[in-house]
Write a protein that binds this ligand. Structure first.
Ligand code: NAP
Length: 268
């Protein structure tokens, strides 16, 4: 995917449209800082310009909204991301409405979410798209199969469930109030876990032969990055499991850049 994005970014640049991604940041959160640096590096490596607009952790919602609107009308910007977390009182669902859908490469604008739910063209959130990309790449059949998504956030759980439904899977969604999680997750041919809790999913939650996609990214007590799935325990079951790190994360980054290049192509 990176090679494809790199080639297309180079071709567009030769045509005078250098693909450019803007990331609006209003936090001092360490994890967010790490993510933005890693995204900037990945962009640079594939020839996509990445502009980080740091408004500081005390930025007022009005300033964030005005910045997103300014970038939306800037012809040299092709993709816009609003990094979370945001300062108190600022809500991503409200502010992301200021990102025009054509540049909403992480599907954060509620309009993009609505279009996705209606089956209309829109950029899906990159993480949800990455889950489907991984499943497709590995030839996992979805039509008619049982898929269970654990987590129902607007950025990951819900859009992933929508995309699986569009592909004719029979989809269940679990969350904090689900009684007997294992009873539901054991019915899944494809299990997607996006919660943010170390070791939530163990062998007893997984059916033999199931394909498990671990979206979770958590910092373990020893400082390492781990998912929501207890990979050692789940390995007792025959099936497949995406690793953390090195699974959904890098595909998400590659897709954000692919979306940016696709948006730039519309400017040629
Ligand atoms: P979030 O907004 O905090 O949502 C977490 C979801 O998990 C909520 O829907 C919550 O249910 C549910 N949940 C919490 N405890 C649960 C439990 N014990 N059993 C079942 N469900 C439970 O988080 P998010 O933004 O969706 O992110 C989820 C994870 O994915 C995090 O670890 C995040 O770091 C990671 N992530 C990874 C990528 C990537 O590219 N790899 C991108 C984005 C996020 P309620 O709705 O009932 O509260």
């Amino acid at each position: 995917m990176r090679r494809g994005v790199h080639a297309e970014a180079a071709a567009l640049t030769l045509l005078g449209v250098a693909p450019r991604l803007a990331v609006v940041v209003a936090t001092a959160d360490e994890g967010a800082g790490w993510y933005v640096r890693s995204l900037s590096g990945a962009a640079r490596r594939v020839g996509v310009e990445c502009e980080v607009v740091d408004l500081g952790p005390d930025a007022a919602p009005e300033l964030i909204g005005a910045t997103l609107a300014r970038l939306s009308s800037d012809d040299t910007v092709h993709g816009i991301i609003l990094q979370t977390p945001l300062p108190d009182g600022a809500r991503v669902e409200e502010l992301a409405a200021s990102i025009v859908p054509e540049k909403d490469v992480d599907g954060a604008n509620p309009l993009s979410a609505g279009r996705l739910a209606a089956g209309l063209a829109a950029y899906p959130p990159a993480t949800a798209a990455a889950v489907l990309e991984l499943l497709d790449h590995h030839g996992v059949e979805l039509a008619g199969r049982s898929a269970v998504v654990v987590g129902r956030s607007l950025v990951v759980g819900k859009p992933t469930a929508q995309l699986l439904l569009q592909r004719d899977a029979t989809v269940g969604i679990c969350h904090r109030h689900t009684k007997d999680l294992a009873e539901h997750t054991r019915t899944a041919d494809v299990l997607v876990v996006a919660v943010g809790r170390i070791g939530l999913i163990r062998a007893e939650h997984v059916a033999d032969g199931a394909v498990v996609v671990d979206v979770g990214t958590n910092t373990a007590p020893d400082g390492s990055l781990v998912g929501d799935v207890d990979a050692v325990d789940v390995a007792r079951r025959p099936g497949a499991l995406t690793p953390v790190p090195g699974g959904v994360g890098p595909v998400t980054t590659a897709l954000l850049l692919a979306h940016t290049v696709r948006s730039a192509r519309a400017h040629v």
